[in-house]
Ligand binder design. Structure first.
Ligand code: PRX
Length: 654
C-alpha cells in the first residue's frame, strides 16, 4: 500500500501479450535499432538537411529559451515548394499524390504531383486576386475534397497562414476562430456530402461571417452543385475566378519564408474555456512531420498510404497533407463516412487501391468491431503491411481485433501518441524495431525525451504511474497559443519548471514502455486509489459481449468517488441484471475488486466529440444528475438524452 499511494496514478491492468517485429519487416525497415543511439541534435540536424530543400541553409538547429523554442534558425524555405514543386522538378510529376474517392460511389479523381502543382498555382493566383498576400490570415471551412489540401498548399505557396476549421463545426465555432485569427478571407464550398445527405457549409459560413466582419472575401468551391446563397461584392465562385487564372508555376513562385514564420493555427477546444489557437511554424513542423512519417509508417516510394482522419484535425494536417506530401507519398483521400453506402466501404477502398498502410483512430476500430468482422472478410486486404492508431488510448482488445481482422494477424501496429500541440508523433513503436504490446504506445521517438512525474516532479521510473512530461524541445512543437502568452505558460509550463506538461496520465513498465492513461481529468479516486478510466474501459471491452465502454466517476459518501460505466453490447444487444453482474466480476478479475463499477448503464451509443473522443465530462454530469454542461461539441446531441433516460431506470449498486 505504501508504495502504491506514493504514485500519482495506480495501475493494475496487466497485459502480457508481446509482438516482436518479423525478421522480414525488420530487414527492410527505414528505421533500424541504432536510430535510438543518435544524439538528438545530430539527428534533427541530419533530418533537417535530408527531408527538406532549403532556399537558404539554417545556421543553428535549435535555440531553447523555455518555454519558447526556435528551430532551424536562419533557414529559408517554402512548404509548398517542398511538398509539390521539387517533386515535379525531380521527375515525379506523373506520380499520384492523392487517389481521391468521393462519398457518392464512383466519384473518383487521381491527382498526380504535376496536377497538384497546376491546381495549387491556379488556386494561389485566385487567392492573390482576392487580396491574399504574404501574411494574410485565411480561414478554410471545407469537407474532404481535393480542393482542401490544394487551398492549404496555395496559402503556403504565398506565405499566407491558414486555419482549417473542421466542416462539422457550427457557425459560432467558425466565427470565433476567424475573429481570433483576424482572418480576411474564407474559403468554403457549397455543400459537403455526409452519409448520403448534404451539409450546407456555405449557409453556415454566411452565419459565421455575419459575426466576423473582418472577413472581406469568401471563395466558394462547387461540390454538390446545389444552389448556395452568394453575397455580391464579398462572395465569388472559385470556378469563375479560376477560369481566368494561370496554372503556370512561373506565374506564382513559392515565397521564401523564414524557418520560424507562422504556418498555421489549429484551434483545440478545451472542455469549457475558449478554444486555444495553437501556433505552428514553418521549418520545424515540416521536418518533424516528414521524418516521423517516414520512419514510423515505413514509407517506401511505392507505398499507398491512407490516413483515414479528417484534414480539419491536426492528424490530417500532419499526416494527410504536410508529412506525406513532403515525402512524395501516394495517399488515399476519402470524403465520406465508413458506413456509406455500407459498412464495408473502407475495405473496398483498401482493396481497390491496394493500400499498404492504414492509420486511423480507436473509435473507428471500435465501430468496425461493433459491426462485426464480416464486412472486412468480404475484401482482399492482403496489401496491408502496417496499421496505425491515434487519438485515444487503444483498448488491448480493440488492438488485437485490428491486428487479426484487418491486419491478417501479420501486420505490425503502431500506436502513436501525440497532440495538436506536439504537431508530430512523439511516443510510438518503430515497426521494424519495437516489440509491441497491445495498449502501449511503447517508446519516445528517437531524439524525444519523455518521462512520467509524480505530483512533486520526481521521475516515477519503471513501474510507476503519474503525469506525462516532455523534457526536451522537438521540432514540430507548438510555438505558443496565439496572442496568449499567459495561457501558454500556465497550461503547459507551470506544473513543473521548464518541462512540458502534456495533461495526460501515463505509466512506465519495467521495460521502459509507456502506457497512456488518458487525460488527467479522467483519473478517478476510489477510496484513495487513483484509477484511470481507460483501464476499467479496457477491462470491460475485454469481455466478449462488450463493443464499447466509457467510464467516469460520481461522488460517493463512502469511497469518495464511485465508478460508473456506460456499456454498449455487441450486435445491438440489450443489457440484463445477469450481464451486469458478469461484467462487474469480469472487471474485478482483470483489475481487482476496487475497480468494479458501482453502476453499469447499458446504452446503444456513447456521447462523442466530432473527432470521436468520448465525452466523459457529460457522462459525469449524467452520473451525478447535474444539468448538462456544454453539448455543442457533441457529434450527436440526442445520444445524451437516451443515456439519461437509461441511467435513471437502470441504477443498481452493491
Ligand atoms: O489524451 C491524449 C490523446 O489525445 C490527446 C490529444 O488530442 P488532440 O490534440 O485532439 O490530437 C489528437 C491527434 C494527435 C492526447 O493528449 N491521445 C492521442 N493519441 C493517443 C492518445 N492517448 C493514448 N494513446 C494515443 N496513441
Amino acid at each position: 500500500m505504501a508504495t502504491e499511494t506514493q504514485h500519482a496514478i495506480n495501475t493494475m491492468l496487466l497485459e502480457e501479450r508481446r509482438y516482436p517485429p518479423s525478421d522480414d519487416f525488420a530487414r527492410q525497415a527505414n528505421a533500424k535499432a541504432d536510430i535510438y543511439d543518435r544524439d538528438w541534435q545530430e539527428l534533427w540536424e541530419t533530418e533537417g538537411r535530408e527531408r527538406v530543400t532549403w532556399f537558404e541553409p539554417f545556421s543553428t538547429v535549435c535555440e531553447w529559451e523555455p518555454p519558447y523554442a526556435k528551430w532551424y534558425v536562419g533557414g529559408k524555405l517554402n512548404v509548398c515548394f517542398n511538398c509539390v514543386d521539387r517533386h515535379v522538378d525531380a521527375g515525379l510529376g506523373d506520380k499520384v499524390a492523392y487517389h481521391w474517392e468521393g462519398e457518392p460511389e464512383g466519384d473518383r479523381r487521381d491527382l498526380t504531383y504535376a496536377d497538384l502543382q497546376r491546381e495549387v498555382t491556379r488556386f494561389a493566383n485566385v487567392l492573390k486576386e482576392v487580396g491574399v498576400r504574404k501574411g494574410t490570415p485565411v480561414a478554410i471551412y471545407m469537407g474532404m475534397v481535393p480542393e482542401l489540401p490544394i487551398a492549404m498548399l496555395a496559402c503556403t505557396r504565398l506565405g499566407a497562414p491558414h486555419t482549417v476549421i473542421f466542416g462539422g463545426f457550427s457557425a459560432d465555432s467558425l466565427s470565433g476562430r476567424m475573429n481570433d485569427m483576424e482572418c480576411e478571407v474564407l474559403i468554403t464550398q457549397d455543400e459537403a456530402w455526409r452519409r448520403g445527405t448534404t451539409v450546407a457549409l456555405k449557409r453556415t459560413a454566411d452565419e459565421a461571417m455575419d459575426a466576423a466582419p473582418g472577413v472581406k472575401r469568401c471563395l466558394v468551391v462547387r461540390r454538390t452543385g446545389n444552389d448556395a446563397p452568394m453575397r455580391e461584392g464579398r462572395d465569388a465562385w472559385y470556378h469563375d475566378l479560376a477560369a481566368n487564372a494561370s496554372d503556370d508555376p512561373q506565374t506564382c513562385p513559392c515565397e521564401p519564408m523564414d524557418a520560424e514564420d507562422l504556418l498555421f493555427l489549429m484551434y483545440t477546444s478545451g472542455t469549457t474555456a475558449k478554444p486555444k489557437g495553437i501556433v505552428h511554424t514553418t521549418a520545424g513542423y515540416l521536418v518533424g512531420t516528414s521524418s516521423t512519417h517516414r520512419y514510423i509508417f515505413d514509407i517506401k516510394p511505392e507505398s499507398i498510404y491512407w490516413c483515414a482522419a479528417d484534414i480539419g484535425w491536426i492528424t490530417g494536417h500532419s499526416y494527410i497533407v504536410y508529412g506525406p506530401l513532403c515525402n512524395a507519398t501516394t495517399s488515399v483521400l476519402y470524403e465520406g463516412t465508413p458506413d456509406f453506402p455500407d459498412k464495408d466501404r473502407w475495405w473496398s477502398i483498401i482493396e481497390r487501391y491496394k493500400v499498404d498502410i492504414l492509420y486511423t483512430a480507436p473509435t473507428a476500430i471500435r465501430s468496425h468491431m461493433k459491426w462485426g468482422p464480416e464486412y472486412a472478410q468480404k475484401h482482399d486486404l492482403s496489401s496491408l503491411r502496417l496499421l496505425g492508431s491515434v487519438g485515444e488510448p487503444i483498448n488491448p482488445e480493440a488492438w488485437i481485433w485490428y491486428r487479426e481482422h484487418i491486419g491478417g494477424d501479420r501486420t505490425p501496429i503502431v500506436d502513436t501518441w501525440w497532440q495538436t500541440e506536439t504537431g508530430m508523433i512523439l511516443i510510438t513503436p518503430l515497426p521494424g524495431v519495437t516489440t509491441t504490446k497491445p495498449g502501449s504506445a511503447t517508446k519516445p521517438f528517437p531524439g524525444v525525451l519523455a518521462a512520467v512525474y509524480d505530483e512533486q516532479g520526481q521521475d516515477v521510473g519503471p513501474g510507476g504511474g503519474g503525469y506525462l512530461v516532455l523534457k526536451r524541445p522537438w521540432p514540430a512543437m507548438l510555438r505558443g497559443i496565439y496572442k496568449d502568452d499567459e495561457r501558454y505558460r500556465s497550461t503547459y509550463w507551470s506544473k513543473y519548471d521548464d518541462v512540458y506538461f502534456a495533461g495526460d496520465g501515463a505509466r512506465i513498465d519495467e521495460d521502459g514502455d509507456f502506457w497512456l492513461l488518458g487525460r488527467v481529468d479522467d483519473v478517478m479516486n476510489v477510496s484513495g486509489h487513483r484509477i484511470s478510466t481507460i483501464e476499467v474501459e479496457s477491462a470491460l471491452v475485454d469481455h466478449h459481449d462488450v463493443a464499447e465502454a466509457a467510464v467516469c466517476s460520481r461522488k460517493d459518501a463512502t469511497t469518495g468517488e464511485a465508478i460508473v460505466a456506460y456499456v454498449t453490447l455487441k450486435g445491438g444487444n440489450e443489457g440484463s441484471v445477469e450481464k451486469l453482474d458478469e461484467l462487474r466480476n469480469h472487471v474485478g478479475k482483470k483489475i481487482g475488486p476496487i475497480a468494479k463499477p458501482a453502476n453499469i448503464v447499458f446504452t446503444p451509443e456513447l456521447p462523442k466529440t466530432r473527432s470521436g473522443k468520448i465525452m466523459r465530462r457529460l457522462l459525469r454530469d449524467v452520473a451525478e444528475n447535474r444539468t448538462l454542461g456544454d453539448t455543442t461539441t457533441l457529434a450527436d446531441p440526442t445520444v445524451v438524452d437516451e443515456i439519461k433516460e437509461r441511467a435513471t431506470s437502470e441504477k443498481t449498486e452493491d
